[in-house]
Design a protein around this ligand. Structure first.
Ligand SMILES: [Zn+2]
Ligand SMILES: [Zn+2]
Length: 339
C-alpha cells in the first residue's frame, strides 16, 4: 500500500488515503518515488470539478520530481536510481507533435491527476519518455516545478511570445506561483518587466523577484503602462489570470505586441476587440504545458543558480490546506508537497 491524495468523485474533498501499490511497470514505463509535487491552480479547478476529462477516483497532482524506483522493458536511458522530473501529462511518442518535439500538444496526451493517476502520492507510474533527468545540484522541490511552472513559462516566452532581449513584458498575476517565476524568467530573457498583482502585500516580493515596476490592482493598469512607456504599451503580456484581465492586457499592449494566454482563473470566456487588434497587429496566442526541451532548460538555469525558485513546502497530508491557501492567494511562490 502507499499513501496518496485521492479525489473520489466530482467536486469532492481530496482525501489522503492508502491505495494499492502501482502495477509493475509495463513496456516503456517506470515507477518513480515522488520526492516533491507542485500544487497548481489547475489542481484547484480539478478539485472543484471543472476539468471535464477527469476520471474518478483519481490520484491528484501533475507536477513532480523524484527517484526512479523500478523500470519496465524498453525504458531507454532511464535507470533505477536516476533523479527525474516529469511532464504534466503522458505522451504517445508517435504523433506528429511528439515527433516534432512539441510533446505539450501530443494528440493522445493524458493529464496526470485527471485522466490518469497523478503524483500526490509516494509513488507514481509514468512513461520513461515523459521524464527529464535532474542535475544533482537541483533539489527535489525546485525540480518538481520544472515542468508545469518553469518549463511552461519558458515555452510561453520563447516559443509562443517569441520574446526578444530588450523587450518590455507585462506579467499579470505576478504574486502567484506562476507569475513570480514569469517575472524572474522574463528578466533572464533580457527583458524589462512590469508586474501586476492584486495583493499589495506581495508587491515587495514581486519587486525582489526582479520586476522593474509593480502595479497593484488592475484598474489603473493600462493607464499606468501607457504613462510608463510614453503611450506605447508593452511588447508582450504573459496573461496568467485570463478572462478577468484580458481587456486590460490588450489595452496595455503596444502596436505589434503579443498577448500570451497562460492561465484562466475562472474558466470564463472573454470578448475580443477584433478591429483594434487588426489595426495594431496584436497577436493573442495560447500556451499550454511544456516541452522536455523547455524543462531541461529550466533545470539548467536552476543548476547554474541563475534562477532560484520561490517555494513553500508542505507535507503531503496538507494537500487540502494547500489548495485552500492557493484559492485565498495566501501562499508565497509555488506550494510544493513532500510525501
Ligand atoms: Zn500545473
Ligand atoms: Zn503524441
Amino acid at each position: 500500500m502507499l499513501r496518496a491524495v485521492v479525489l473520489e468523485k466530482k467536486a469532492s474533498e481530496p482525501r489522503l488515503t492508502d491505495i494499492d501499490d502501482p502495477e509493475s511497470p509495463g513496456r516503456g514505463e517506470v515507477i518513480v518515488k515522488v520526492e516533491a509535487a507542485g500544487v497548481c491552480y489547475r489542481d484547484l479547478l480539478n478539485r472543484k470539478g471543472l476539468m471535464p476529462r477527469t476520471r474518478y477516483p483519481v490520484v491528484m497532482g501533475h507536477e513532480f520530481s523524484g527517484t526512479v524506483a523500478e523500470v519496465g522493458q524498453d525504458t531507454e536511458e532511464i535507470h533505477v536510481g536516476d533523479r527525474v522530473a516529469g511532464l504534466p501529462h503522458s505522451t504517445c511518442g508517435s504523433c506528429r507533435y511528439c515527433l516534432e518535439g512539441r510533446e505539450n500538444l501530443c494528440r493522445h496526451r493524458l493529464q496526470l491527476g485527471e485522466e490518469i493517476n497523478g503524483c500526490w502520492a509516494e509513488y507514481v507510474r509514468v512513461k520513461s519518455r515523459d521524464l527529464v533527468r535532474v542535475p544533482e545540484e537541483v533539489d527535489a522541490a525546485a525540480a518538481s516545478i520544472a515542468g508545469c511552472v518553469l518549463g511552461m513559462i519558458i515555452h510561453a516566452l520563447r516559443d509562443q511570445a517569441k520574446v526578444r532581449s530588450g523587450e518590455l513584458v507585462l506579467v499579470t498575476g505576478a504574486g502567484g506561483g506562476v507569475g513570480i517565476h514569469a517575472v524572474m524568467l522574463s528578466k533572464i530573457f533580457g527583458c524589462s518587466v512590469i508586474a501586476l498583482t492584486s495583493s499589495a502585500d506581495k508587491a515587495e516580493q514581486v519587486r525582489e523577484a526582479g520586476a522593474d515596476c509593480v502595479v497593484v490592482g488592475a484598474d489603473m493598469l493600462s493607464h499606468s503602462v501607457r504613462e510608463m512607456t510614453g503611450g506605447e504599451g508593452v511588447d508582450v503580456v504573459l496573461e496568467c489570470v485570463g478572462e478577468p484581465l484580458l481587456e486590460y492586457s490588450l489595452k496595455s499592449t503596444a502596436w505589434g505586441g503579443r498577448v500570451v494566454l497562460i492561465g484562466n482563473v475562472n474558466v470564463g470566456e472573454a470578448r475580443v476587440p477584433i478591429g483594434y487588434m487588426i489595426l495594431r497587429e496584436n497577436a493573442l496566442v495560447g500556451s499550454i504545458g511544456t516541452t522536455k526541451t523547455s524543462m531541461a532548460e529550466a533545470l539548467s538555469l536552476v543548476k547554474a543558480r541563475l534562477l532560484n525558485p520561490v517555494l513553500t513546502r508542505l507535507p503531503l497530508e496538507k494537500a487540502s490546506d494547500a489548495l485552500q491557501l492557493l484559492e485565498k492567494r495566501a501562499s508565497l511562490g509555488r506550494l510544493v508537497l513532500t510525501p
